[in-house]
Design a protein around this ligand. Structure first.
Ligand SMILES: Nc1ncnc2c1ncn2[C@@H]1O[C@H](COP(=O)(O)OP(=O)(O)OP(=O)(O)O)[C@@H](O)[C@H]1O
Ligand SMILES: [Mg+2]
Length: 260
């Protein structure tokens, strides 16, 4: 469904992706973990054509993203909801207008139907409908983050890309976002990619987890496979240690699952 094949991407002499290969299957949620600055955001920007590989390819639904015309790329983007790492709302537009933006651009629904979709999306992310007429500056960071998600799901996309959806949120709000991502996958069959540093979230929402390290996938596996990894780098990351863990070190205790 989404396939990265030997993707290389450099900015000047900063070689960020160096043979990144990953398949995301239909209906699964792939979690991408990795240290800050390793290229997680760079990787998913290739899916929507915001970046093009220097070498290698990215396919979505069997079509190579880099080969699309502008119009075809635009059509592809309507299938993909992208929740940006930094909420990226338009400050001068109300929350309702921000959420409706993609729908208006699409031009398929009348104003009543758009309004209905906006309210539905806000409800899905647990925001009070009174936020609709507010400006982004009037909302907390966590609320803005949820608006970013509402904007992505309002289009009812086939794919959802979440770039650090729970970073900076309190644990309860994080749990609400995790539930929402699970519902998107289980009830709506959305194929997702979630970039996160939050291992609790990764274990909750992930079908599989891939660790990006030094430009390639260090390990990809199910949640259980990652929890039981003997790879010192992966273990260092998931346990949050300052140094890579020795292979024979005792396994980390799995984080407690969230109540409720
Ligand atoms: N448009 C760009 N131009 C130049 N360099 C870039 C650009 N985008 C990203 N980079 C560089 O690519 C590297 C990877 O950045 P990226 O944002 O993908 O990291 P990340 O893994 O998402 O990190 P974080 O966890 O902190 O969000 C960084 O060194 C960054 O400076
Ligand atoms: Mg990032």
């Amino acid at each position: 469904m989404i396939r990265f094949d030997n993707v290389h991407k450099a900015f000047g002499d900063n070689e960020v992706l160096r043979g990144f290969t990953l398949d995301v299957n239909e209906g699964e949620t792939m979690v991408i973990i990795g240290f800050s600055g390793t290229g997680k955001s760079v990787a998913i920007k290739h899916i929507v054509g915001l970046l093009e590989p220097d070498e290698g390819s990215v396919h979505v639904d069997g079509v190579e993203v880099g080969s699309l015309t502008r119009r075809e790329l635009y059509a592809l983007r309507t299938k993909i909801g992208y929740v940006f790492q930094f909420a990226a709302l338009f400050d001068s537009l109300t929350i309702g207008e921000n959420v409706a933006m993609g729908l208006r651009k699409q031009g398929l629904l009348d104003e009543n139907a758009i309004h209905e979709r906006v309210r539905e999306a806000l409800e899905l992310v647990d925001l009070d409908l009174s936020v609709e007429t507010k400006l982004p500056a009037e909302l907390s960071g966590g609320m803005r983050k949820r608006v970013g998600i509402a904007r992505a799901i309002a289009l009812r996309p086939k794919y959802l890309l979440y770039d650090e959806p729970t970073t900076g949120l309190d644990p309860v709000t994080s749990a609400i976002i995790d539930d929402l991502m699970l519902r998107m996958q289980r009830q709506l069959g959305v194929t997702g990619i979630v970039i996160t540093h939050d291992m609790r979230s990764a274990y909750t929402v992930g079908t599989r987890i891939a660790m990006l390290y030094e430009g390639t996938v260090r390990q990809v596996g199910t949640v259980d496979e990652i929890k039981q990894t003997t790879d010192p780098i992966v273990r260092q990351f998931i346990e949050g240690r300052a140094e890579p863990g020795p292979v024979d070190a005792p396994l980390a205790q799995a984080p407690a699952t969230r109540a409720g």
